[in-house]
Design a protein around this ligand. Structure first.
Ligand SMILES: *Cc1c(COP(=O)(O)O)cnc(C)c1O
Length: 362
């Protein structure tokens, strides 16, 4: 493998396309004839204008966003969005629904409740250890928005279809599956995604907000905490995380020009996930932790029948060039994060390792 790189199954920060890393490396000392590194140029320069405008344009094309959406880049990660969403969208007595499907939803709910009083949880999958996505949820038709976590990075579940909210705008934390598949963005009032899982390095969060949601933002909020500041200044009110945004731009270019768009990416992602789930389903040695129908295409969580073997599995896999397979510390077990940049070749190598590990230990 090139430069002794391993197959990377890290949950986040996670694998980036090799082509993107090489492009960064090649242009690192002298960006586009500027005589400066991309991390040395001004965020007010024409070079950076082109970077951020191209990143926004590619986001719009890939997700087929209408003109009524703003594309913003904000620091503070998805975790800051847990607070910014209710702060910006909910007035005094306004209500919001939050579906609880795991660790990140739980955090989003806790943060919203710190700030606002009318936060309702119409459905939760906590009763079965967050191993599934609730169905037939009855949403509050008077809510300002309904918040979901589209993919549950830690528990390994994902919405196969987004719920019917009866016209209430969806707000989604898509940190771990943005740009992994096609969906109808028109039903969303706001989407946020920390870049470090599927579209770039840590340090920037992509926020997509619809105009009617932007109109709800109260004037009295601090400048750095309100979406209107970012929307009015093309995310350049203050110095943005230039390098992170540049990397996102290159990842989106890779998605459009090398992969060929989200339909193609989704087909590859489905094929990758099927390789692992088929192996798990055909084995008594491995067992999946997410219920069928709710399984994530991005984070494949599984246990080994003999628990003592799990640490050995993770260790021996790493020795074989397969990294990042330990489950989240809160749930244990194993997890293969197979985001966009982790290719079918990596997944096939992992499947081969899993079969061999079962054969020799099972
Ligand atoms: C990783 C993750 C987060 C936290 O993101 P930060 O950028 O570290 O704040 C939130 N939600 C989901 C779904 C995640 O996977």
């Amino acid at each position: 493998m090139k430069a002794n790189r391993i197959y990377n199954f890290n949950p986040g920060p996670a694998a980036l396309p090799l082509q993107v890393l090489e492009e960064i490396q090649e242009s690192f000392l002298n960006y586009d004839g500027s005589g400066m590194s991309v991390i040395e140029i001004s965020h007010r320069s024409p070079w950076f204008d082109e970077i951020i405008n191209d990143a926004v344009a590619r986001t719009r094309r890939l997700l087929k966003l209408g003109d009524d959406f703003h594309v913003l880049f904000i620091q503070g990660g998805a975790s800051l969005q847990f607070a910014m969403v209710p702060m910006n969208l909910l007035g005094g007595d306004d209500r919001a629904d939050y579906v609880n499907t795991g660790t990140w939803s739980t955090k989003a709910i806790a943060e919203a409740r710190l700030l606002k009083k009318n936060i309702r949880v119409p459905a939760s999958s906590e009763d079965r250890g967050f191993s599934y996505i609730p169905a037939d949820i009855s949403f509050d038709s008077g809510a300002v928005y309904a918040h979901i976590t589209s993919n549950n990075t830690i528990k390994g579940t994902q919405y196969a279809q987004f719920p019917d909210t009866g016209g209430v705008p969806l707000v989604a934390d898509m940190s771990s599956d943005i740009m992994s598949r096609t969906f109808d963005a028109g039903r969303f009032g706001l989407i946020y995604a920390g870049a470090q899982k599927n579209i770039g390095p840590a340090g920037v969060c992509l926020v997509i907000i619809r105009r009617d949601m932007l109109e709800r933002v109260p004037d009295g909020l601090p400048s750095m905490l309100k979406y209107t500041t970012y929307a009015a200044k093309n995310s350049l009110y203050n110095t943005p995380p230039c390098f992170a945004i540049y990397t996102v731009q290159l990842v989106l270019k890779w998605l459009e020009e090398t992969v060929g768009g989200l339909e193609k990416m989704e087909a590859v992602n489905r094929e990758k996930a099927a390789v692992l789930y088929d192996l798990i389903d055909g084995s008594d040695f491995y067992s999946g932790t997410a219920e069928a129908g709710s399984r994530s295409l991005m984070n494949v969580t599984f246990r080994i029948a003999e628990e003592a073997l799990e640490a050995r599995f993770v260790e021996e896999a790493l020795a074989a060039g397969l990294g990042g397979l330990k489950g989240h510390r809160s749930v244990g077990g194993c997890r293969a994060s197979i985001y966009n940049a982790t290719g079918l070749d990596a997944v096939q190598a992992l499947a081969e390792f899993m079969r061999e590990f079962e054969r020799t230990r099972g």
